[in-house]
Design a binder for this molecule. Structure first.
Ligand SMILES: Cc1cc2nc3c(=O)[nH]c(=O)nc-3n(C[C@H](O)[C@H](O)[C@H](O)COP(=O)(O)O)c2cc1C
Length: 254
């Protein structure tokens, strides 16, 4: 079983790729959370957890999800974190909470537009092609249930995963900076894309509740680019995973 969380589709694609190459089933972490039941993992199971890193740490839904797990010794548990650049100590933090056998980072196109612009199209495609190659190796490990860790901590990992992550969770999760421009046509795609069901469209206008985890699916998916967050997103690009298999594989020599 592969449990995944994703805002703009990177981690969904990674989870789907692993599912295809391992034959394991996929489940959304948000669906498991909605059910809210403890999940017993028996000693013969293989469980993957795939998610984006947020401020070099676990997104809130992932931190909540792992509290539901009741894992027998002997189960093969691995995590794959997607990131725009590096994951800091995310895997180490997860390892302190559950017994991990494998932990990986996979660099994918960046989506954190409140702070940075999106990658240009060529950089984004190169990242996905490199990710596809790394996933071949990761899936080899998973299929042979190998114990291996291969993740990019980056520099100042402890500072980022503790201090910056603390500040992010304290100050950057607010829904208040969201607003829509007049070009919003009330299509409700934001409402449908929000993994935490935090958006309600009333009289053609989206309203954000207090369960925002900053996945930014709403901003990136808006076909009108009508959703903004604070001062800086207006001039920045938008991104969600929509590469075709042909685009990804053409440099892999397949
Ligand atoms: C709130 C937020 C925080 C992020 N923090 C980091 C980070 O600490 N390091 C990093 O390399 N990328 C960071 N990113 C980029 C995402 O981890 C990356 O683009 C990821 O692949 C997005 O996955 P998704 O498309 O499945 O949502 C952040 C993105 C968001 C939305």
């Amino acid at each position: 079983m592969i449990y995944y969380f994703s805002g703009t589709g990177n981690s969904k694609w990674v989870a789907e790729t692993i599912a295809e190459k391992t034959g394991d089933e996929l489940l959304k972490i948000t669906d498991a959370l909605k059910e809210g039941k403890q999940i017993h993992i028996d000693k013969n199971s293989r469980i993957g957890i795939v998610f984006p890193v947020y401020a070099w740490n676990l997104p809130i839904p992932v931190a909540e999800f792992i509290k539901l797990l009741d894992i027998d010794g002997g189960a093969y548990i691995y995590a794959v974190c997607t990131c725009g650049d590096n994951v800091g100590l995310t895997v180490n933090i997860l390892k302190k909470r559950i017994r991990l056998c494998g932990g990986y980072s996979v660099k994918m196109p960046d989506n954190y537009i409140p702070a940075f612009d999106v990658d240009d199209a060529q950089t984004a495609l190169e990242k996905v092609r490199d990710a596809s190659k790394k996933l071949d190796i990761i899936c080899g490990d998973i299929n042979s249930e190998k114990a291996r860790f291969d993740y990019d901590k980056g520099r100042f990992a402890a500072l980022k995963s503790y201090a910056a992550s603390y500040l992010f969770n304290k100050y950057a999760l607010s829904s208040k900076p969201f607003y829509t421009e007049p070009s919003c046509d009330g299509c409700k795609l934001c409402e449908r894309s929000c993994p935490t069901e935090n958006i309600t469209v009333v009289d053609g206008m989206p309203f954000w509740g207090d369960k925002c985890v900053q996945c930014l699916a709403c901003i990136h998916r808006c076909p009108q680019k009508a959703i903004q967050y604070g001062k800086f997103t207006k001039k920045r690009g938008r991104y969600f995973f929509d590469f075709t298999e042909e685009e990804i594989n053409c440099k892999k020599g397949r």
